[in-house]
Ligand binder design. Sequence first.
Ligand SMILES: NC(=O)c1ccc[n+]([C@@H]2O[C@H](COP(=O)([O-])OP(=O)(O)OC[C@H]3O[C@@H](n4cnc5c(N)ncnc54)[C@H](OP(=O)(O)O)[C@@H]3O)[C@@H](O)[C@H]2O)c1
Length: 306
Amino acid sequence: MITPIIDEDRYQTYPRSLGIYSNNHTSKASQHTARCCRYHRLLYLNTRDLKLARVKMADNSISGRLALVTGASGGIGAACARKLASSGSHLALTYSTSKDKIDTLVGELNESSKGLRISIHKVDMGSVEDITRMFQEIQDQHKAPVDILVSNAGYGKRIVDVSDIPLEEFEYTLNINLRASFLLVKGVVEGMKAQKFGRIIFVSSIAAYGGGINGCHYAASKGGLMAMMKNLSSRLVQYNISVNDVAPAMIEATGMIPNAAAVPGVVETIPIGRFGQPSEIANAVEMFATTGYCTGQSLIVAGGLK
Ligand SMILES: NC(=O)c1ccc[n+]([C@@H]2O[C@H](COP(=O)([O-])OP(=O)(O)OC[C@H]3O[C@@H](n4cnc5c(N)ncnc54)[C@H](OP(=O)(O)O)[C@@H]3O)[C@@H](O)[C@H]2O)c1
């Protein structure tokens, strides 16, 4: 007798076609199926005691989920917000100084994505108090846990020579690019664990691999981010929380690279022969958000740069 396996919480009824049988295996075929099921660590149903089995199904829809995108007033963050809104995600968006840009973005999103809940939060990512307040505001306004964290807000003053990098600059860069992501993860992780769904995506940099046009302070902050991502991914996978990073380089229409004139001679060094677009980073972010099977990965999006 075939017994459907019923979920306790989010998991769905397991389809009969996948071969979950009772433990009454008489024929050779059902014995083979039993071995396969054991191999795949699927739980057995004893039809007599009707134990519930937890068989996880892929759940990659982000429509109706809540995404927190930091640095949404910037080039890449705004592109991520647009992309996630187009997939139906509600948004909590942060800015620090560019109020005009976040207002323009939200005006645009309210037009193009009617029905979504969009909140705006002014946060200095160097301030623990600001981050704590932001989570309270999100709770008050959305009354829902954050499902998707895109930790994108970042800072990098271009100082190439280590001798010229003041200690204060090193510490500030690590606070904004690395410590803030740690605090953001702490703010979202318990809610994600409780609901057994979460997507954490850091916006790192090719600097994490030793490349880029900035100094070691920026590289250290982004390298730390990648290491934190790898550690978190292995610790959180059991809760169906994926953790990945996107590592861009040379993305124009951003505060970092407003246009080609801001970085003369650089476009010639990019193998593909052009700058990247913020929307191309947003595509990669959306891929991680909608591909829960992928975790612990750092994806370079850099036109062939290494
Ligand atoms: N552009 C590139 O080629 C490139 C390459 C590699 C990595 N990245 C990374 O991509 C991410 C996004 O940068 P972007 O290129 O889109 O540059 P951007 O346009 O300058 O955006 C930076 C964003 O970070 C926010 N931010 C900066 N300092 C902050 C602080 N102390 N507290 C809170 N928010 C702060 C800014 O907010 P306000 O404007 O409101 O102050 C803005 O929203 C960064 O993590 C950056 O390191 C960019």
